[in-house]
Design a protein around this ligand. Structure first.
Ligand SMILES: [Mg+2]
Length: 232
């Protein structure tokens, strides 16, 4: 795709599912947490799954959804410790680093915008070593509202003074993209491949990006050289 890079100053990227393989989160919340909940509360796995999934549903689209301290209390499980225990499963999508290097070379402002809780953000970024690519890392917990809420974008603009008309956002959450569209962010992409273990998803409302390389001219994804792994 011929993307008008000259029209963009701000590149905003979601973390889970967009830059990182969502398989880690799916496995964690859909398999590991119900198993541990069953063990802790002496339930069958089926009953535990039903209970846990009902509680997830109640919190979707809120800050509680990604607040691992909330879930520790709610489920009476040590969620940070459980995550730490499977940190080796955290993976970066193979197209993420070439894209981050590319937008750095273009000298765009590169911002990580995530609903992830600080503890999850730290665990993941320390594990995958992507932090050096970003000018700013923004957690919804900094701004007091999730990305699905218009107030997130208003607070972000007040902090960064970005121009929504010269901003792009890539996210694997359609509700987030819809809110960003209503706020006035101009270049929106739905990340179709969010998990290495799930089929690509589509969207009728937003242009779909299966791989970041679709936004890069052929040959732009040069092999990393021998410098430090991330830019200074
Ligand atoms: Mg995501």
């Amino acid at each position: 795709m011929d993307f008008p890079w000259d029209a963009v100053d701000w590149v905003m990227l979601d973390m889970d599912g967009t830059l990182l393989d969502k398989h880690f989160d799916d496995y964690f919340w859909e398999t590991l947490v119900p198993q541990e909940f069953a063990r802790r509360h002496h339930l069958s796995l089926a009953a535990a799954r039903q209970e846990v999934f009902a509680r997830y549903q109640r919190e979707e689209g809120t800050l509680n959804w990604t607040d691992i301290d909330f879930w520790s209390r709610e489920l009476e499980l040590d969620i940070p410790a459980l995550k730490e225990g499977i940190r080796h499963l955290i993976e970066v999508h193979p197209d993420s680093k070439p894209f981050l290097e590319y937008v750095r070379r273009l000298q765009k402002k590169v911002i990580l915008v995530t609903n992830a809780h600080y503890k999850t953000l730290d665990l993941k970024m320390n594990h995958v070593g992507l932090l050096g690519y970003f000018d700013q890392v923004i957690s919804s917990f900094d701004l007091g509202a999730p990305k699905e809420d218009r107030r997130f974008w208003a607070a972000l603009e007040a902090q960064l003074h970005f121009d929504p008309q010269r901003t792009m956002l890539v996210d694997d959450n359609r509700d987030v993209l819809q809110t960003a569209r209503e706020y006035g962010i101009r270049y929106l992409f739905f990340k179709g491949i969010s998990s290495s273990q799930a089929p690509a998803e589509t969207s009728r409302r937003f242009p779909v990006l299966n791989y970041f390389t679709e936004l890069m001219p052929a040959g732009a994804a040069v092999a990393p050289d021998n410098r430090a792994e991330t830019p200074a």
